[in-house]
Design a protein around this ligand. Structure first.
Ligand code: ADP
Ligand code: ZN
Ligand code: MG
Length: 648
């Protein structure tokens, strides 16, 4: 196996899928097509017309209040300077004054509020702190009083009290809108927003999926069971309760589920794991309960939970962590146990990160079948390209095989993106059809992005990986008693492996001889040895190999008593352990000086074996070269072809 440098940020977990782009289970769509019922019926739906009405209502009300305010306060009173105001008092025009903090209002009590034929009956002025003002009023016999606040009082109250409430209401609503996904009303929590997709609602079929044959076959079987359960039950066959689709982002897991929905002919509930994780405690669990209740009523049916890791994360290692998620997960486990395989409810899950899932989810009776959706190999990529190319106008000269060849490590979503990008490029260049150059340019653009995200390895690295894996395989073939090579591949898989060589034992083994253990070390060292022969330098890719090789060498000496000096003596006691698989703590049972001996001995075993492996590989350099070239071309070599080439 070859592993990427640990320091490299692995992006697999980070790239959130662009699922939201495929609006396959969009409410509106299913309504338009007159499809299955929509489970989502919030009591209030603020997104409908009602709410728009009330928004305009508020806006108009506020406007009216403001107009009223200005109208009433400026009610035909004339604004005059303070000195003029005093003059008017002195000459008797003003006989009454109303005093408020903001203004003084002068009236003529004889003529009433409105003098006939005159637009001004009252005078307003902005007060100046003048201690002689009140004595002036007394002297002129002017009546004065505190201003009756009249209408403006009410307006002030309205603005002071109601406006903040209106404001708070808006903020509150806005927050709910952000929180609740896809326009769920405030009052609809607890209800789940799964949508039932009836047959024909999605017109995706298995023909739209390419390059994931294993997964496809598995799911076709599930669909077949739902269509004709009798066939399986009669013979006593058991269909899995839960099928978990596992694979890197963009490999087509959601697409496969969509194909199941399109061809199963039974109701299909689709939910994303994130939908369960809500802000309110208990809501997630309630959603799960509700979902299963509805599913049981509609059986036979399929429940699809996308992005299962959002709820199914392991409960270990987060003491006092997300209580809400834990409740949701527990409810899910309870519900899964609650229906029998015969009930006709099949649970489909998808995740990019099976390693974080809680072990309880993967136990028999739950997601008991795991289907790996691999990254496509060269033929798979060509098939995927063909599917997507059918949607755009392609020039006849376009060679999709060539494109497939130059896109190792790309997943279905990347390839769909390339086709789309090439169409855009063609349009930009004013062409009516996509030509090969457009596709090549699209690859370059996509590749740069993916390389930045560390999802695609470059040509040089790919070559290193190919020689490395071939090194393992050839060493295995040359080592007597070694397990036969079943598959060599340089298609990166999941997190951590850029390529691997698969060896499967021909029979169950419970013991191993010293020679076989040494053989294992040889095979592990074969990868790095090949790198050294070809490139004259070694890489970090063998980190995992040498860790394992070292472990075996150390076990030889400390556990299996296979060293010269301490023959048949155990130097380290471990809790029950077998073949280097550690369990429990190891216990040192030797002197300090022995430690040095062990280290030296381990070093010498590794050194000797490495030299032997180097020699063997050098003697077979022609095969190393030929097989690597084949591997670079085909990406995967199966056992027969490999043995064929070894014999040649
Ligand atoms: P995942 O759920 O595994 O992350 P998706 O199913 O969302 O990936 O894939 C995204 C898009 O990429 C799909 O809608 C489809 O257009 C394209 N795609 C991915 N895999 C395939 C495939 N095997 N065959 C055809 N198209 C694919
Ligand atoms: Zn390796
Ligand atoms: Mg998906």
């Amino acid at each position: 196996m070859i592993t990427p440098d640990k320091n490299n940020k692995d992006d697999i977990n980070m790239s959130k899928k662009n699922d939201d782009n495929n609006s396959w289970f969009n409410n509106k769509d299913s309504k338009k097509k007159g499809g299955g019922p929509n489970l989502q019926e919030p009591l209030f739906n603020f997104n409908k017309g009602q709410f728009k009405f009330s928004f305009w209502f508020f806006a108009a009300a506020i406007l009216i209040i403001f107009l009223l305010n200005t109208f009433l306060t400026s009610n035909s009173s004339q604004l005059v300077s303070f000195s003029t105001f005093k003059e008017l008092i002195k000459n008797g025009t003003i006989t009454e004054v109303q005093i408020s903090n903001d203004y003084y209002l002068g009236l003529n009590s004889q003529s009433g509020i409105q003098l006939p034929g005159s637009s001004t009956s009252t005078y307003r002025t902005v007060p100046v702190n003048d201690p002689s003002f009140i004595p002036l009023l007394d002297k002129n016999n002017v009546k004065y009083s505190a201003a009756s606040e009249r209408a403006s009082n009410i307006i002030n109250m309205l603005l002071g009290w109601i406006l903040p409430f209106v404001f708070i209401f808006f903020i509150w609503r806005f927050m709910f809108k952000k929180m609740g996904s896809s326009g769920t009303g405030i009052m609809s929590f607890g209800k789940n927003n799964a949508q039932i997709i009836a047959e024909g609602d999605t017109n995706t079929t298995f023909d739209d999926v390419a390059g994931a044959d294993e997964a496809k076959d598995e799911l076709i079987e599930v669909v077949d069971f739902l269509k004709t359960p009798k066939k399986y039950l009669d013979i006593g066959g058991k269909i899995p309760k839960g099928v978990l689709l596992v694979g890197s982002p963009g490999t087509g897991k959601t697409l496969l589920a969509r194909a199941v929905a399109g061809s199963a002919g039974v109701p299909f509930f689709r939910l994303s794991g994130a939908d369960f994780v809500e802000m309110f405690v208990g809501v997630g669990a309630a959603r799960v309960r509700d979902l299963f209740k509805q599913a049981r009523e509609k059986a036979p049916c399929i429940i699809f939970i996308d992005e299962l890791d959002a709820i199914g994360k392991s409960r270990m290692g987060n003491a006092g962590g997300n209580d809400e998620r834990e409740q949701t997960l527990n409810q899910l486990l309870v519900e899964m146990d609650g229906f029998s395989a015969k009930s006709g409810v099949i649970l489909l899950g998808a995740t990019n990160r099976p390693e974080v899932l809680d072990a309880a989810l993967l136990r028999p009776g739950r997601f008991d079948r795991q289907v790996v959706v691999d990254k496509p190999d060269i033929n798979g990529r060509e098939a995927i390209l063909k599917i997507h190319a059918a949607e755009v106008k392609m020039s006849k000269e376009v060679d999709l095989k060539e494109i497939a060849k130059s896109t190792p490590g790309f997943v279905g979503a990347d390839l769909a993106n390339i086709i789309n990008e090439s169409a855009l490029l063609a349009v930009r260049a004013g062409r009516k059809k996509v030509i090969q150059e457009d596709l090549e340019e699209a690859i370059e653009k996509t590749m740069a992005g993916l390389q930045k995200k560390n999802r695609v390895i470059n040509k040089k690295e790919r070559k290193i990986v190919a020689y490395h894996e071939t090194g393992h395989a050839i060493t295995a073939a040359l080592t007597e008693g070694s397990d036969p090579v079943q598959k060599i591949t340089i298609i990166p898989r999941g997190i951590g492996a850029l390529g691997y060589t698969l060896q499967t034992p021909t029979e169950d083994r419970f013991l191993m001889t010293e020679r076989e253990l040494i053989g294992k070390i040889d095979v592990l060292l074969g990868g790095r040895a090949a790198e050294e022969i070809i490139f004259k330098e070694i890489s970090t890719g063998a980190a995992n190999d040498i860790t394992r090789a070292t472990d075996i060498a150390r076990s030889l000496i400390t556990e299996y008593g296979m060293s010269e000096k301490f023959k048949n003596m155990v130097l380290t006691k471990r809790g029950a352990s077998f073949l280097g698989q550690e369990s429990g703590l190891s216990q040192r049972e030797y002197a300090e000086t022995t430690q040095q001996y062990i280290d030296e001995e381990v070093a010498s075993i590794i050194q000797n074996r490495y030299e032997a492996v180097l020699k063997n590989l050098k003697a077979n350099e022609d095969k190393l070269e030929a097989i690597t070239q084949k591997l670079l071309e085909k990406e995967t070599i199966a056992s027969e072809e490999f043995s064929e080439m070894m014999k040649a």
